[in-house]
Design a protein around this ligand. Structure first.
Ligand SMILES: Cc1cc2nc3c(=O)[nH]c(=O)nc-3n(C[C@H](O)[C@H](O)[C@H](O)COP(=O)(O)OP(=O)(O)OC[C@H]3O[C@@H](n4cnc5c(N)ncnc54)[C@H](O)[C@@H]3O)c2cc1C
Length: 305
């Protein structure tokens, strides 16, 4: 089977790209398999017209709307690897090898959740990465920010940002690193408290976070905890050898979203720290337009249009 484009990943980025390419009459295979980033989230927020939509419903509607475009095929199958080059890729989809002229990676990122007792169960329910996505529902409650040494440059602005939703913000360092005195002063001046003792566990009643318990036994009231766990690329992206930036995100051309490997494009969380469903969807459409432009130019120059 031969396609114009294979899209790997059926989240907001992949679904949007498939829609734009389908409407441009390209033959598309969208493959999706494996965990998605917001699997634990109950609702998607901050996506105009979709605010409060469950993630599964978002994806189901996305797929439903692709049915109108007969050249778009969707498979629940993993892409295991690919060979070849721009114009003639051979792609392993499940047990099958299919051909594609271009490949668009929309594989998201994998969050490496810290090993704090109780955190995994609360991820997406009371432990969040983004206050724009989940802050409104828990405004004016006691909040925490679980800072990492790697976040030091962002600690002060992010902890102060949280004060936009609540007066009660504690930044937890877990005893893992020193916060410079000038940063401490800025936090204190903005009304953010700092807790430096190591964390023992999160205390919850079901999925309702109540407190962060420290190793000295003290319990700090906390109903929403924000954290930016380290992330990694999926195995396929690591194996392809596309260029990554210093933070591990796939480098893309800002206009076309082509990676360092000709003919392979990337959109969505795997390319940026600025992660959100609507950003991913927009980047999917951007790549689709660039790919469609390139394919159409190729057809025109070969006289096949
Ligand atoms: C807990 C949580 C809550 C969030 N809440 C919100 C929110 O309310 N609002 C918001 O805007 N954003 C939210 N986000 C962020 C949002 O989920 C992401 O920005 C968005 O999903 C990124 O879309 P994407 O298409 O890049 O990747 P994803 O949605 O992660 O989709 C990637 C897909 O690619 C698939 N895949 C990976 N490798 C392969 C392979 N080899 N073959 C086939 N398929 C593969 C994965 O299984 C996955 O389905 C949240 C994130 C988290 C972690």
């Amino acid at each position: 089977m031969s396609y114009d484009v294979i899209i790997v990943g059926g989240g907001p980025a992949g679904l949007s790209a498939a829609l734009a390419l389908g409407r441009a009459r390209k033959r598309v295979l969208l493959c999706d398999a494996g965990p998605r980033r917001n699997a634990a989230a109950v609702h998607i927020h901050n996506f105009v017209t979709r605010d409060g939509t469950p993630p599964d419903e978002f994806r189901a509607v996305g797929r439903e709307q692709l049915v109108a475009y007969p050249k778009v095929e969707v498979r629940d199958a993993p892409v295991g690897g690919l060979t070849g080059s721009s114009g003639a890729f051979q792609v392993a989809v499940g047990e099958e090898i299919v051909e594609a002229r271009r490949v668009l990676l929309c594989t998201g990122m994998i969050d490496e959740l810290p090993a704090i007792d109780g955190l995994r169960e609360l991820w997406g329910h009371a432990v969040f990465q983004c206050p724009y996505c989940h802050g409104w529902e828990v405004q004016d409650r006691p909040w925490g920010y679980l800072a990492r040494a790697a976040d030091l440059a962002h600690l002060v602005p992010f902890a102060i940002l949280l004060r936009a939703w609540t007066r009660d913000v504690v930044a937890f360092t877990g005893g893992a690193f020193e916060v410079p005195e000038d940063s401490l002063e800025r936090l204190r001046a903005a009304g953010v408290r700092i807790e430096t003792a190591p964390l023992a566990r999160l205390v919850a009643d079901g999925q309702q976070l109540q407190a962060v318990e420290l190793t000295d036994g003290a319990r700090v009231p906390c109903e929403a905890l924000f954290a930016h766990p380290p992330q990694r690329q999926v195995g396929l992206v690591r194996a392809l050898g596309v260029g990554l930036d210093d933070d591990g995100f796939v480098r893309v051309d800002p206009m076309t979203r082509e990676t360092s490997v000709a003919g392979i494009y990337a959109s969505g969380d795997l390319t940026t720290r600025m992660q959100g469903a609507i950003f991913a969807a927009a980047a999917g459409v951007q790549a689709a337009a660039a790919i469609n432009g390139a394919l159409t130019m190729e057809l025109a120059s070969s006289g096949a249009l």
